[in-house]
Design a protein around this ligand. Structure first.
Ligand SMILES: NC(=O)C1=CN([C@@H]2O[C@H](COP(=O)(O)OP(=O)(O)OC[C@H]3O[C@@H](n4cnc5c(N)ncnc54)[C@H](OP(=O)(O)O)[C@@H]3O)[C@@H](O)[C@H]2O)C=CC1
Ligand SMILES: Nc1nc2c(c(=O)[nH]1)N=C([C@H](O)[C@@H](O)CO)CN2
Length: 235
């Protein structure tokens, strides 16, 4: 039986699209969600192993690690998608914001990579760790300072773990800029954001899925980042 792929924070948006892609391609999936969105029922009926995990809870990694080792003897890949795009303007307590950003974007992936390495090593083929970072790793972000710094930490983890886990486990990052807007985004924000890239579009989740498939199919790419940003770096 093919070892499953773990996707974190997959109850909505990009993570959900990734899960749905693997389901459509008969790739076994185990996913974590924090909020039980209505789609979780559908995913469970399709055979997706859905685990409720809030990574803000102190024992979340221990619980997830134990559950995965109970149910599985190997993992094909781990995709660190769970994220909180929070900002200083929405958080009077900057200390708490910084800790929250570093936890979800750097500490949790760090802990899970170390805790799940043996399951990835047990995969019948090479296995993969994929970090979802962000274009702002290159530039910083004056409105999302802690967020950008935490994604930069995740970016750095890519190279450390690529060296530590080679050659059995490949470790790469995908650094998107705009992929999909949020429901609350107004037309002014959308126009401004679209103008930031050369391509000027909201590309959709397929762009991330295509990058994931490229990494999963490679036997040679590791320690690298795929920028999925519409040429934003040239504007
Ligand atoms: N969307 C975009 O255009 C871009 C996305 N990215 C990156 O791509 C990835 C996917 O983006 P997107 O789909 O927009 O992400 P979302 O903002 O929709 O968040 C993804 C999921 O993370 C979960 N999550 C947040 N905090 C926690 C926590 N403490 N414990 C467990 N789960 C948590 C959320 O759970 P809940 O459902 O409960 O809220 C949510 O379902 C992210 O890493 C993001 O930073 C980067 C650049 C652009
Ligand atoms: N967890 C999230 N991270 C990010 C999101 C998001 O919705 N959730 N959105 C963005 C923006 O699309 C940005 O790339 C362009 O304004 C960044 N990160």
């Amino acid at each position: 039986m093919t070892a499953p792929i773990l996707i974190t924070g997959a109850g909505q948006r990009i993570g959900l699209a990734i899960v749905q892609h693997f389901v459509a391609n008969n790739q076994p999936v185990v996913m974590t969600f924090r909020t039980r969105h209505s789609v979780i029922d559908e995913l469970e009926q399709l055979g997706v192993h859905c685990m409720q995990i809030d990574f803000n809870e102190p024992d979340s990694v221990t619980r997830l690690q134990a559950k995965l080792h109970t149910h599985y003897s190997a993992l094909r890949a781990v995709i660190h998608n769970a994220s909180s795009w929070d900002c200083e303007a929405n958080n009077p307590n900057f200390d708490t914001l910084f800790d929250n950003m570093m936890r979800i974007h750097a500490k949790i992936p760090y802990q899970l990579n170390l805790a799940l390495a043996n399951l990835l090593q047990a995969s019948s083929s090479t296995s993969d760790i994929i970090h979802l970072t962000d274009y702002v790793v290159e530039t910083g972000s004056p409105k999302h300072i802690a967020y950008a710094a935490s994604k930069a930490a995740l970016d750095n983890l890519t190279r450390s773990f690529a060296t530590k886990f080679a050659p059995k486990i490949k470790v790469n990052a995908i650094a998107p800029s705009l992929i999909i807007f949020n429901e609350h985004d107004d037309e002014q924000y959308k126009a401004k954001t679209l103008s930031k890239s050369l391509m000027g579009i909201e590309p959709g989740c397929e762009e991330i899925i295509n990058s994931i498939e490229l990494l999963l199919r490679s036997n040679y790419i590791t320690g690298r980042t795929i920028p999925v940003d519409g040429g934003r770096h040239l504007k």
